[in-house]
Design a binder for this molecule. Structure first.
Ligand SMILES: *Cc1c(COP(=O)(O)O)cnc(C)c1O
Length: 355
């Protein structure tokens, strides 16, 4: 057995997905399962498929390529780069867009390949990441896009609580639905998909406050951690430990809590500060900043304190632990969303997928 590793419990993940797909279904909402947090691993994605998602969605075309043999429509959720449009048309059925130059490039590529590529136009409702902010510009683009070959405009989408932390509500999502109605009036096209955001929109469903007309959500974090992301509330009957990190202890020693000697810079160029707690039992695990961000791992043993990490060493304080750890023992950690992302991306962390 190799360490460090991340254990992935597909039964728990599949259960989470089922709970959320059902919850969304009751409100007329289809789920696009976002696979970027586990780098589009096809084996893990099976839990999404079996859990009942209607679409698969990822921000990277490389990940969608890994999923090409799974028979569900695939959505590229990061605005495409012009340099990748050939692969976008080849491997994504739908993409989220906000730039007319890029849409033209997609149209040309789709014509060349004899394909029709579906696009969702992004509307910025105030969070200030991607999407059209100016409504008039959006209508001009709709008019242009409706004239293009190789492209089908199938919907509108928005993204909230990402850059600006803006929480989805009846006002901002209501505006998205209103824009859809305006497009119907102006251009006589009835857009089939209104994609009302990510895991932060779940808080509306949990309070039975859904916005009429929203019929798709793109969900990542709430599927893997069972938590909506507007307020961080837990979704009932879901697991938060589908992904767990396991690292091995390589050293345990009693040492002072303050370094000896003149303090200069640490391995990352910062000048560290310390408080004197006397002699402590310090545990070193063989994992480091190359694999994890120490703010995003949570020891399952609550008596462990994380002291710090360098690129390859994680330093823990085990003085208050009831367990008498030995060199070679394993320490388990729960992970935040960005914690999962980081360990799944590190090639040094083994992926242990349990069915
Ligand atoms: C990452 C992402 C999502 C999923 O967000 P979660 O908070 O993980 O649900 C949805 N839409 C877009 C555009 C994204 O980039």
């Amino acid at each position: 057995m190799y360490y460090p590793r991340v254990e992935i419990d597909l039964n728990k993940l599949r259960h989470n997905v089922r709970v959320l797909v059902n919850m969304c279904k009751m409100h007329g909402i289809d789920v696009a399962g976002v696979t970027k947090v586990f780098c589009g691993d096809p084996h893990i994605t099976k839990a999404y498929v079996e859990g009942g998602v209607k679409y698969l969605a990822d921000s990277r075309i490389e990940n969608l390529i890994k999923l090409k043999d799974i028979d569900l429509p695939k959505i590229l959720i990061r605005i495409p780069m012009i340099s990748e449009v050939d692969r976008v048309v080849e491997y994504a059925d739908i993409s989220l867009n906000s730039e007319i130059e890029t849409i033209k490039a997609i149209s040309n590529e789709a014509k060349k390949k004899g394909k029709i590529h579906n696009i969702i136009l992004m509307v910025d409702l105030g969070d200030l990441r991607e999407g059209y902010f100016n409504e008039e510009e959006l209508y001009d683009v709709v008019e242009d896009v409706l004239d293009m070959d190789g492209i089908k405009l199938i919907g509108l989408g928005t993204n909230l609580t990402c850059y600006g932390g803006v929480i989805p509500d009846e006002d901002n999502l209501g505006r998205l639905v209103k824009i859809k109605k305006n497009i119907k009036e102006k251009f006589r096209v009835d857009l089939e998909i209104i994609s009302g955001g990510n895991s932060s929109s779940l808080h509306l469903l949990m309070k039975e406050k859904t916005v009429d007309g929203i019929n798709m959500l793109r969900l990542g974090e709430v599927l893997v951690l069972g938590r909506e992301t507007a307020y961080g509330d837990k979704v009932k009957d879901t697991h938060d430990d589908c992904f767990q990190l396991v690292a091995e202890i390589v050293e345990i020693k009693e040492k002072p809590s303050v370094p000896i000697g003149q303090i200069g810079m640490d391995a990352f160029g910062n000048v560290p500060t310390f408080s004197d707690k006397g002699i402590r039992k310090r545990i070193i695990c063989a994992i480091g900043k190359q694999d994890v961000d120490i703010d995003s791992i949570i020891p399952v043993d609550e008596d462990i304190d994380i002291l710090g990490a360098s690129s390859d060493h994680l330093i823990l304080d085990g003085t208050d632990c009831k367990i008498d750890y030995r060199v070679g023992d394993k320490i388990r950690f729960n992970l935040t969303y960005s914690g999962i992302l980081r360990v799944m991306t590190s090639e040094y962390v083994k992926k242990d997928i349990k069915n």
